[in-house]
Design a protein around this ligand. Structure first.
Ligand SMILES: [Ca+2]
Length: 272
């Protein structure tokens, strides 16, 4: 796995079945979770994504995946725009069925979420193997001209509603400044956060390790620094801040999760 340097060339075969996104692929018979080509826009070339065709009846495009700390997420605006990391690996089964650590890219996320109503599933796992999730039945990433502003709504799950409500440990302004909904995307070289705008020394993305929809600064930090084992301290953190893979409403600020992923699919409202 360590030998797969960027640009990572995966040699395993990709199924012939393709589609606009993973739900479309599922309908066309692509029912195994693995890497596929999708072409959401007929005027743009197809590209590789990992489709989760198993969880909740499948149809998910993986946007983000963390599982072992093998990929650095402390990256520039341009890298978050076009995506980075390893979409998938072949671990001996002859196809790319094991997702790697990656970020799909903000332009692609924006393009996919503007095709129609989109839901997002955020799954996470701690170092004992316990798993929880947060799901939002509305998820939109605006265009780069709007700095990839995030809009989510309609929470369900058992991880806690960090993106809309902020940290449940905090109150008043301390809580509202950890809400991620309606925030623009920030990276260490592009500060769009709410922490003293205009002051280049106050950058959430630099302190907290990755690009994200930082406010001032976060209750969720899926693109943060990877810590082995879970509990970490401000002495271990590069800037003394909670820069791990954090989902405060499940494990608090000083526990870094073992695995996190974000997946989207078209939202179809339940038949009534
Ligand atoms: Ca700032």
């Amino acid at each position: 796995r360590e030998e797969c340097k960027e640009p990572c060339k995966t040699t395993c075969p990709i199924p012939v079945v393709s589609g606009k996104e993973c739900e479309d692929i599922f309908r066309r018979g692509g029912k195994d979770s693995q890497m596929y080509f999708i072409q959401p826009d007929a005027f743009l070339p197809p590209y590789k994504v990992f489709c989760d065709q198993t969880t909740q009846n499948g149809g998910w495009v993986v946007l983000q995946n963390r599982l072992d700390g093998s990929v650095d997420f402390g990256r520039r605006w341009d890298e978050y725009r076009r995506g980075f990391g390893n979409t998938a690996f072949d671990v001996g089964k002859g196809h790319c069925e094991t997702p790697g650590e990656h970020w799909l890219g903000n332009d692609r996320m924006s393009q996919l979420t503007k095709m129609g109503p989109t839901e997002v599933l955020i799954e996470m796992e701690d170092w004992t193997g316990a798993k929880v999730f947060a799901q939002y039945r509305q998820f939109t990433v605006m265009a780069e001209t709007a700095n990839y502003l995030l809009a989510v709504n309609g929470y369900s799950g058992n991880a806690g509603n960090c993106l809309l409500d902020g940290s449940s440990e905090l109150f008043g302004e301390n809580r509202t400044m950890t809400i991620h909904n309606s925030m623009m995307f920030s990276t260490y070289d592009r500060d769009n956060d709410n922490w003293i705008p205009g002051d280049p020394s106050k950058q959430c993305a630099r302190e907290d390790g990755g690009g994200w929809w930082y406010n001032r600064c976060h209750s969720a930090n899926p693109n943060g620094r990877y810590y082995i084992g879970g509990a970490y301290t401000r002495h271990m953190a590069k800037h003394g801040t909670d820069d791990g893979l954090v989902w405060m409403n499940w494990k608090g600020s000083w526990y870094s999760l073992k695995a996190m992923s974000m997946k989207i699919r078209p939202y179809i409202s339940p038949q009534t």
